[in-house]
Design a protein around this ligand. Structure first.
Ligand code: ZN
Length: 261
């Protein structure tokens, strides 16, 4: 109980009553925090525009006992990331980061790694022209943070080495499969050498992602693979990712490139 403070990013919210708003934050110290911003929707609200989605700032809130809904005292803007509002594509990409942060975040339990990943990704998107590489890097690093890092170096099932060329990713197995194990797998997705190279580099943080290049086929393959695997692991649909796929002309049906045997 009492006043708590932490760096935080706004990851969601909805209106409450006539003038208030419930705001969801991902905080560095306490993980996911929900707080009521009293009077946030009044014209001369002391919060101004600071509570927009994906803004980053210093949060002070009053923790209420026996409740997971606290009271917002102050949110001092650090980085508004206002360039994210330049286009629907960028804003939807940022929404995906916020949505996944909400799913991955645990109330009362901060993760330094997850917080740094969220802020770093929003910083990248804020100056990006094409958000797709930054989102793909976010997705693979998020999987790692959640403990679902796929095996990309050898067969996840029998531990044998992998042949050259296009690989098969086993959704249930959570990694690449050799040809023998692939034959017994229920659901697999293809991974080209180009897509695999991107994943390995993104995990080693070797590149400035804004300079990374992928052919459109490999980019779509990666999007489909990472989002299908994330949805499989999280047990739910990523709404903003599907919406983004729709507005950028990718197929909404991620199962189209899956082979089910
Ligand atoms: Zn194998």
């Amino acid at each position: 109980m009492g006043l708590k403070s932490s760096e935080a990013v706004v990851i969601g919210g909805h209106n409450l009553g006539e003038a208030d708003r419930i705001v969801v934050f991902y905080t560095r110290r306490y993980g996911k925090v929900r707080a009521v911003a009293a009077g946030a929707r009044r014209i001369r609200s002391r919060f101004g525009g600071s509570l927009e989605l994906c803004t980053y700032g210093g949060l002070v809130y009053f923790e209420r006992a026996n409740s997971d809904l606290h009271r917002l005292n102050e949110f001092a803007l650090r980085e508004p990331f206002h360039l994210l509002r330049r286009s629907l594509e960028l804003l939807t990409a940022a929404s995906e980061v916020a949505e996944l942060a909400g799913v991955a975040g645990v109330e009362g339990e901060g993760s330094e790694e997850l917080f740094a990943l969220i802020v770093g990704t929003l910083r990248g998107l804020n100056t990006a022209t094409d958000p797709s590489h930054i989102l793909r890097a976010f997705e693979i690093r998020l999987l790692k943070t959640l403990g679902y890092l796929p095996e990309l170096g050898r067969c996840v099932r029998c531990r044998e080495g992998l042949p050259e060329g296009v690989q098969s990713f086993g959704l249930n197995e959570g990694g690449l499969l050799c040809p023998a194990c692939r034959a017994e797998a229920i659901e697999t997705m293809p991974v080209s050498p180009e897509a695999l190279g991107f994943l390995r580099m993104a995990l080693r943080r070797e590149m400035g992602l804004s300079q990374a290049s992928l052919h459109s086929g490999a980019a779509e393959e990666l999007r489909s693979l990472l989002q299908t695997f994330l949805e499989f692991k999280l047990g739910r649909r990523i709404r903003s990712a599907r919406f983004l796929a729709g507005i950028t002309g990718f197929s909404l049906d991620t199962s189209s490139s899956r082979s089910v045997s």
